[in-house]
Design a binder for this molecule. Structure first.
Ligand SMILES: Cc1cc2nc3c(=O)[nH]c(=O)nc-3n(C[C@H](O)[C@H](O)[C@H](O)COP(=O)(O)OP(=O)(O)OC[C@H]3O[C@@H](n4cnc5c(N)ncnc54)[C@H](O)[C@@H]3O)c2cc1C
Length: 369
C-alpha cells in the first residue's frame, strides 16, 4: 500500500485526509497547531458578490460554495458546524446594482438562493442586532464554524484509521521516497501533500524551491452574549472593514483585521478591538450593550500569494510532492473543495477540467537542487 503524508491539518488537510481512500493509501497527517487560520476564522461563506476581478478565483469560490452541500452530506455536518442562515449585505452604494449582479451570478450559481432587497424594518427583523437600514439578503449565504469543523473531521479521520502526529514536521527526499521527521519520530512516504498554510514556504525552501507566499495576521473579537437565537441569525457583511457573524452559544463575532506587517505575530491587540468595534458601531442597535459582554480574541495567520489567488497541485519536477496554499481570506469557502479535488486526484486519477488557477510554476519554482 502506498503511503501519503499530509503536512498541515487545517481545513484543506483534514478534508483531504477524510476523502482519501484508505483502502488504497496509508495516510499520516502532521499538524503542529501553530498560527492556524481555520480555527481562528470568522466563518463567512458568501463569495458571490465579491468585487474581485479574478475569474479563476471566482469559479473556484463559487464551485467551492456549491461543493459544501455535498460535504454536509458526505461528512454528516450538523447545523452547529454549517448553517445556511443567509447573508445580509449592507452597502452605502445603490443596492439595486448589487441585486442585479446577484441575479446575473445566480444563473451560474443557483446556490445563491433567494435574492431580496429588504426594507429597514425587514433587515432589523432578520438580524435584531442591526439598526434598521435597507439591505440585500441572499438566502444561500452560510456560516461555517472552523474549529467545530476540525474537531468533527478529526473524529471521522480517527475512525478511518488515519494516523495523527501533533508535531512540527520537516521533510527530506531520500532516493525515491520522502523522509518526514518530527522531534520525536520519523516516517517515510511515497507522496507528500503540503497543506501547511504560509508554512508551505518554510517547508519547501530547504528543498531548493522559491515560493510566492506570505503570512498575514488576522484578528477577530468574539462577544459572549446571552442571545440564544444567535445560531439562527444570518451573517451581516457591513459596508466597511468589519462583518458581524452570529454564532453558536450566544457568540457574536466581529471580524476581521488584515495586518500585513504583523505577519506571524499572534498576540491579540487593543488596536484590533478598537478598529473592529469602531467599524461596526454605526450598524449596531446598541453597540454599548454588546461592549458590556465579556469577549475573547481569536488570532490566526492567513496565507497570501502576490496575486491573492490560491494554488494547488503536484510539482512539475517532482509529481510525488503536492502543495495547496494561498487561500487568503476565503479559505473556508475554497479549502474543502481543494481538499476534495486533491483526494479525487489520488483516488481516481481525475483532475478538474475547469480553469481554477494559474500554473503552479507561477507560485513555486525550483532554483537549486
Ligand atoms: C481572522 C480570520 C478570519 C477568517 N475568516 C474567514 C471567513 O469568514 N471566510 C472564509 O472563507 N475564510 C476566512 N478566513 C480564511 C481561512 O480561515 C483560511 O484561508 C483557511 O482556513 C486556510 O486553511 P489551510 O488549511 O490552508 O491552512 P490553516 O488552517 O492555516 O492550516 C495549516 C496547518 O498547518 C500546520 N502546520 C504548518 N507548518 C507545519 C509543520 N511544519 N508541521 C506540522 N504542521 C504544520 C499549522 O499548524 C496549521 O494547523 C479567515 C482567516 C482568519 C485568520
Amino acid at each position: 500500500m502506498k503511503k501519503i503524508a499530509v503536512i498541515g491539518g487545517g481545513i484543506i488537510g483534514i478534508t483531504l485526509a477524510n476523502y482519501l481512500d484508505t483502502a488504497k493509501y496509508d495516510i499520516t497527517l502532521f499538524d503542529d497547531g501553530n498560527n492556524q487560520a481555520t480555527k481562528a476564522s470568522a466563518g463567512i461563506i458568501s463569495p458571490w458578490l465579491s468585487k474581485r476581478r479574478n475569474k479563476r478565483w471566482y469559479r473556484l469560490a463559487k464551485d467551492g460554495a456549491a461543493f459544501l452541500q455535498k460535504l454536509v452530506i458526505d461528512m454528516n455536518l450538523s447545523n452547529d458546524i454549517y448553517a445556511k442562515n443567509g447573508t445580509i449585505i449592507l452597502r452605502k452604494e445603490a443596492l439595486e446594482s448589487l441585486a442585479t449582479l446577484a441575479e446575473q451570478r445566480k444563473k451560474d450559481a443557483p446556490e445563491i438562493g433567494e435574492i431580496k432587497q429588504l426594507s429597514a424594518q425587514e433587515t432589523a427583523d432578520k438580524l435584531p442586532l442591526l439598526t434598521p437600514q435597507e439591505s440585500l439578503y441572499i438566502s444561500g449565504g452560510a456560516r461555517l464554524d472552523g474549529l467545530g469543523y476540525l474537531e468533527h473531521m478529526k473524529k471521522l479521520a480517527v475512525q478511518k484509521q488515519i494516523n495523527f502526529i501533533s508535531e512540527k514536521a520537516t521533510l527530506k527526499k531520500e532516493d525515491s521516497y520522502w523522509q518526514i521527521s518530527t522531534p520525536k519520530q520519523q516516517i517515510s512516504a511515497d507522496y507528500v501533500i503540503l497543506t501547511a498554510g504560509p508554512s508551505c514556504k518554510t517547508l519547501l525552501e530547504p528543498l531548493g524551491y522559491e515560493v510566492d507566499l506570505r503570512p498575514q495576521k488576522g484578528q477577530l473579537v468574539v462577544f459572549k452574549t446571552t442571545q440564544t437565537q444567535s445560531k439562527q441569525w444570518p451573517v451581516a457583511m457591513l459596508d466597511n472593514e468589519a462583518d458581524l457573524i452570529p454564532a453558536n452559544n450566544g457568540q457574536i463575532i466581529v471580524g476581521s483585521t488584515h495586518e500585513d506587517e504583523a505577519q506571524w505575530d499572534i498576540q491579540p491587540t487593543n488596536a484590533a478591538f478598537e478598529q473592529l468595534t469602531a467599524n461596526s458601531k454605526d450598524f449596531l442597535q446598541s453597540s454599548e450593550k454588546l461592549l458590556k459582554n465579556s469577549f475573547e480574541y481569536r488570532v490566526g495567520t492567513r496565507a497570501y500569494t502576490s496575486d491573492f489567488a490560491p494554488f494547488f497541485g503536484s510539482l512539475v519536477d517532482d509529481p510525488s510532492l503536492l502543495v495547496a496554499s494561498g487561500l487568503g481570506s476565503s479559505g473556508l469557502t475554497t479549502g474543502p473543495y481543494i481538499g476534495y479535488l486533491l483526494a479525487n486526484y489520488f483516488n481516481e486519477g481525475n483532475w478538474p477540467a475547469e480553469d481554477y488557477q494559474k500554473p503552479l510554476s507561477n507560485y513555486i519554482q525550483k532554483i537549486s537542487s
